[in-house]
Design a protein around this ligand. Sequence first.
Ligand code: ADP
Ligand code: 2DT
Ligand code: MG
Length: 214
Amino acid sequence: KIMGQIKRGALIVVEGLDRSGKSTQCKKLVQSLEKHNVKAKLMCFPDRSTLTGKLIDEYLKNKECKLNDHAIHLLFSANRWENVDNMKALLDDGVTLILDRYSYSGIAYSAAKKNMSLDWCKYPEIGLPKPDLVFLLTLSNEESLKRPGFGTERYENVEAQRKVAKVYSQLCNENDNWVVINAARSIEEVQKELVQKCIEKIDEVKMVPLGVLQ
Ligand code: ADP
Ligand code: 2DT
Ligand code: MG
């Protein structure tokens, strides 16, 4: 505490294709940060526990579910908006949030579809808390195939993943707070790099106001 002002937590996002190791790294990251005496909390998007989350879960699991591409896009966004007050309160309280996917998944997975404009996909995200740091975990197709196989959810196929990867790299080039992480290493090696970069960022932004997505 400085002059009664609590240092805020950092908003840190982990993005990447299926099987790039996001969920594994996010869980470990919260534990690693706590060992460094940093208050940290894991949040996953979509958050399947809320009302919109239940609809999203059904859409992902059931390929017979014929929801319009724009409608499901807005539901994914609403699922983030539902969590905004909670996220802000935690950040204000000095808790660093580790997000397993965020707006960029929303944009990349929708814009990868036919007749979905990248700009249109970005609009519903405007005004959400802006991440201080985004890790993009990257893995070659070859490396990805060595990992336990795709599940049966929507988007879990090579063709969809290839298109999503293209949008991710475009988003990465447009933003300055993205860091590309070589995910084709051991879990421990990747984790070490993430922890180090998080610690630096947490210190860098602790007195800087949280931004909003534009
Ligand atoms: P994501 O959340 O990005 O889909 P996961 O963290 O669920 O990825 O990891 C996908 C699979 O790959 C899991 O079986 C996990 O144990 C394994 N895995 C994760 N990271 C690595 C790694 N660095 N090397 C080898 N296997 C990994
Ligand atoms: P996992 O729960 O395994 O990460 O898969 N998705 C996610 C979207 O299409 N839009 C979004 O806004 C978000 C957050 C990516 C979730 C699947 O949902 C997709 C894979
Ligand atoms: Mg995951």
